[in-house]
Design a protein around this ligand. Sequence first.
Ligand SMILES: [Ca+2]
Length: 249
Amino acid sequence: MKSSHVLWTLLCMGACGGDQVGTSVGNPPRTTLDLVAYDGSAGAKHGQAAGVTLDKALLVVDRIRLRDAANCEGDDRVQIAGPLVADLLGGGVLPAPAPLPLTGRKFCRFEMRWKQLTPADTLPAGADPALAGLSMLVEGRTASGKRFIIRGEFLEDFRLDARGGAFELRAATESLFVAFDYAGWIDAAAVEAGAGDPVVISKNDNKTIYMSFRDAVQRSARLFRDADGDGALGAGEHKDASALAGGGT
Ligand SMILES: [Ca+2]
């Protein structure tokens, strides 16, 4: 089970040096990273996107690396230990957002990698047991009521490049979101045409939808600030123009 204490310790083993971090164990940083999803299309209700309604969206990412802006192609990077299990429509990273004690540094890139859990992996409290063995689990319905389930077994790397070359964590209390705009994830017409109830979308079933879905999820990722510091990604905080990084290629 993930422990913020262990995560903090691992992160410091790889990343914290000198005066980068002024806290110590027992006084954990308030700067955090969370993983969430939002609807980037105007007017739709939460969980509803482009002809489909999502009932569930969980994903797992392996370590996250932040590249130092001063040497973007070099080896100077910070690594956030994973895996991070997130309920994108619910509580975000489970059981709590990951510590991100990096105030005052500039970064040019966010590098992420899908993590496929093994069936024996212990899930954090609150995670859907059906996520075992997967890297992503999505369930929903089309407008006609046709149900679908997506069982992702993704392993690839993808990255979010800083807009304008670099972004900086400005305050010791600043928190970031890697947020996925789910409005374009799913081809509703293709799901409608799929066989089965529910329509199963996996590496072995409806593979064309499966591959398009994976690419769309990666492309939909953006990095945003929690501008008002309330711990949630508000509608005014996920405008594309305010993204610190994006791309998902
Ligand atoms: Ca907020």
